[in-house]
Write a protein that binds this ligand. Structure first.
Ligand code: ADP
Ligand code: ADP
Length: 228
């Protein structure tokens, strides 16, 4: 349901961020995107939600041809995707409720249903009791769970998480990982960028590895090597 075919991405300054990358991810998979800083993980995620354009290659995500999507259609694409960043990116002058409800308001979700959806999303991440707090009154781990609630409130089919545990201690990182796996169990496809192998080992799943913009490891590649 996500397919990348022979993707190459060069930034304006000439940096080659991704090279000849092909990849398929099925609906409902949980995929770790591993690699050192600068290996191309963020670029790959940005390409999936249409924030960066590729030089060549095709990207298909849930029936959208992302590589040639129009600005109008990009909103439709993003309604099917949730995104979580390392630094939470919550709005400081809005309450937890307002931070999350905002996503539904801008997409024209029926007003009378907004509260119920926000509460449901907060229940998923275990933070319903923080609904009227401000982000500054929440710990880092809590802020990331709120950001996850915001990313899933519109019920995306894919959740992209870019180093979501990068600012957290191991305990909070594990809590975030468990929440993401729980969301995955309910059917959402998840791609999580991380450089942290110890975290991957705690809840193993498919690992795709990037090195200098090249895909160097994947389950299917390892499998082929085993046959050889
Ligand atoms: P554009 O949005 O037109 O591509 P830039 O390429 O200047 O503009 O940068 C976009 C963002 O990427 C900026 O926030 C910038 O700080 C960041 N950025 C620029 N160069 C690099 C780089 N070499 N590595 C990581 N991030 C970068
Ligand atoms: P990762 O997420 O694995 O740290 P990135 O996708 O951010 O890797 O970066 C891949 C490469 O592209 C790096 O060399 C980085 O410096 C470069 N890069 C990222 N964003 C930009 C940008 N906006 N402009 C120029 N180079 C960039």
């Amino acid at each position: 349901m996500i397919s990348l075919n022979n993707i190459t991405k060069t930034y304006k300054d000439g940096t080659l961020a991704l090279q000849k990358l092909s990849l398929t991810i099925e609906t409902g998979e949980f995929v770790y995107l591993k690699g050192k800083s600068g290996s191309g993980k963020s670029t790959l995620l940005k390409i999936l939600y249409g924030q960066e354009k590729v030089d060549q290659g095709q990207i298909i995500l849930a029936d959208h041809l992302v590589h040639k999507i129009s600005n109008r259609k990009i909103h439709e694409l993003r309604r099917q995707i949730g995104v979580v960043f390392q630094d939470y990116q919550l709005l400081p002058y809005k309450t937890v409720f307002e931070n999350i409800a905002y996503v539904l308001e801008v997409t024209g979700y029926p007003n009378e249903k907004i509260s119920a959806r926000v509460i449901e999303a907060l229940e998923t991440v275990g933070l319903k009791h923080k609904i009227f707090e401000y982000p500054s009154n929440c710990s880092g781990g809590e802020q990331q769970r709120i950001a996850i609630a915001r990313a899933i409130v519109h019920e995306p089919i894919v959740l992209l998480a870019d180093e979501p545990t990068g600012n957290l201690d191991p305990q909070n990182a594990y809590a975030i990982l468990k929440v993401l796996h729980k969301i995955n169990k309910s059917g959402t496809t998840i791609i999580m960028a991380t450089h942290d192998q110890s975290l991957v080992d705690k809840l193993p799943s498919r690992v795709i590895e990037l090195e200098n913009g090249y895909l160097t490891k994947d389950r299917s590649i390892n499998h082929t090597m085993m046959i050889l």
